[in-house]
Ligand binder design. Structure first.
Ligand SMILES: Cc1cc2nc3c(=O)[nH]c(=O)nc-3n(C[C@H](O)[C@H](O)[C@H](O)COP(=O)(O)OP(=O)(O)OC[C@H]3O[C@@H](n4cnc5c(N)ncnc54)[C@H](O)[C@@H]3O)c2cc1C
Length: 460
């Protein structure tokens, strides 16, 4: 690469920030500029729910890499600057900062524009371009600040969307003393992460603490003096409507990738609406890379494209884009395992691989095992439920889900098994670590394999 090789990164989220860092590490002489339309440098969105509960005392503590940090690394970070247009032929972008427009030339471009929340069609939700007072999304540091300051003196909150973020927010607001209701359009909570039978374990446990309306959607909101005071919901099966008094409505029903700039220069957009990237985080246009929530990539197990929506995946794509854009050579795995975890209301959950609904093209044999986190005789043991999905033809592990203690570390073992193409009968014999206060001699992760084995032998 030439001496003053120029890399421009659009977006300073986890994806863009990581890409810039790795580009610099790969080629110290390269000139790297990050254009970020917001006012903050790289921060952790994943920490937002914990600033609401107060576990993280200061919201600004979520800023992981400051402006000074980028400047020390010799990476130019321009905040409050919106990348408006890309001239791909002449390799430059046009940026608007306040009322000024300037150009930046590049040799390599990394698009890391993330995604924006999608608001479902709810009557009276907006006044002009903005949502009415009392309605919030959960995506940015400013969203966290707004929610946090609005909570004071409010006590009834409705959360729309029972995915991981919805539940993390429910837990945080519950911890702050609010009365929490969740409205979910699907037949149970967490169905993007867990199978229905596993999700039910969680929803049964948490329905002691909060109210959950399943199969419901929000139809309209009502306000007094411009402030939200009622939310109307409808049962999608019975059509019965209900109106609930509330002070806050938090909408976490998913996001839409920011692909406008990429689309305008001819980047291939996939069926899920994300920029399609290769295992080097490249788009179909040479020297243009894309990373993070604006992209889609193949699932390692079923090879279907899925939108990137996990920070764990985003930073790995950032590494690939940064290294490759700066002249290195780095390949991602041929797909994402979608290993994820969370904790709410003292319940840990974790999952890897597609859920059963997304394995329809496979001949799947599954089993569930309810065991204990510690030996039977040890105090404070807790129930751990595990579900395993195995390919009946090859015997390979396709996916696993866990509800219970140490869910993340237990699921990571399954993630390694999927990656290694390990037959479940081999995994069944895995020698897991044992000490009474930590784990039992036979862990639930191998005991569930016994059940698969028995099921298969009955089929023969
Ligand atoms: C509340 C919450 C909790 C989460 N928890 C977890 C978790 O526990 N584990 C996990 O793995 N993942 C989690 N995630 C997901 C994870 O945070 C995201 O996948 C990740 O932050 C996305 O990073 P990104 O860089 O792709 O996008 P973003 O962080 O959205 O960054 C994109 C940036 O691009 C900027 N931008 C967009 N367009 C332009 C433009 N034209 N010009 C200039 N700048 C532009 C935006 O302002 C933005 O700062 C969570 C997400 C949220 C919201």
């Amino acid at each position: 690469l030439k001496e003053d090789y120029q890399i421009v990164v659009i977006g300073c989220g986890a994806g863009g920030g990581t890409a810039a860092q790795f580009a610099k590490k790969t080629n110290r002489k390269s000139r790297i500029t990050i254009i970020e339309k917001g006012q903050y440098p790289q921060y952790s969105k994943c920490g937002i729910p914990y600033t609401i509960s107060g576990i993280i005392p200061k919201i600004d503590d979520l800023i992981e890499f400051s402006e000074e940090w980028f400047s020390k690394q010799n990476i130019e970070l321009i905040l409050n600057a919106n990348a408006e247009q890309i001239d791909i032929k002449n390799k430059k972008i046009f940026v608007k900062k306040y009322s000024e427009i300037f150009e930046k030339s590049f040799d390599s471009l990394i698009i890391a524009t993330g995604a924006d929340p999608v608001l479902p069609p709810i009557k009276n939700l907006k006044k002009g371009n903005n949502c009415i007072e009392g309605v919030f999304s959960v995506r940015t540091l400013d969203d966290a600040k707004k929610i946090s300051s609005y909570i004071k003196n409010k006590y009834r909150v409705i959360i729309v969307g029972a995915g991981l973020i919805g539940l993390e927010m429910a837990d945080s607001l519950f911890k702050r003393g609010l009365k929490v209701t969740i409205v979910e359009v699907l037949s149970d909570i967490l169905l993007n992460t867990l199978d229905k039978d596993m999700a039910r374990i969680v929803s049964e446990k948490i329905s002691d603490e909060i109210i959950i309306f399943k199969n419901h959607h929000v139809t309209k909101v009502e306000s007094v003096n411009g402030k939200l005071n009622k939310v109307c919901i409808k049962n999608k099966i019975t059509d019965l409507e209900k109106s609930i008094d509330c002070d806050m409505l938090i909408i976490v029903t998913g996001t839409k990738p920011n692909i406008d700039l990429a689309k305008r220069i001819g980047c291939k957009i996939g069926l899920n609406g994300g920029i399609v990237i290769s295992n080097k985080s490249e788009t179909n246009i040479s020297n243009v890379y894309a990373v993070g929530d604006c992209t889609e990539y193949s699932n390692y197990v079923n090879h279907k494209h899925i939108l990137t929506g996990l920070g764990s995946i985003v930073v790995r794509q950032g590494i690939a884009a940064g290294i490759n854009a700066a002249g290195g050579d780095y390949k991602l795995l041929q797909g994402v395992l979608n290993t994820s975890t969370s904790e709410f209301f003292n319940i840990q959950i974790a999952s890897v691989g597609p859920t059963s609904d997304n394995l329809k093209d496979f001949s799947v044999i599954s089993a569930k095992y309810n065991g204990l986190s510690l030996p039977e005789y040890f105090p404070n043991k807790k129930r751990v439920s595990v579900k395993l999905l195995v390919d009946e033809i090859t015997g390979n592990i396709l996916g696993a889900q866990i509800v219970g203690d140490n869910a993340a570390f237990r699921i990571n073992t399954f993630a390694a098994a999927i990656l290694g193409g390990i037959h479940f009968e081999t995994f069944r014999k895995l020698e897991t670590a044992y000490a009474p206060p930590i784990a039992p001699p036979f862990d639930v992760i191998t005991l569930v394999c016994d059940k698969i084995s028995i099921k298969l032998s009955h089929k023969k």
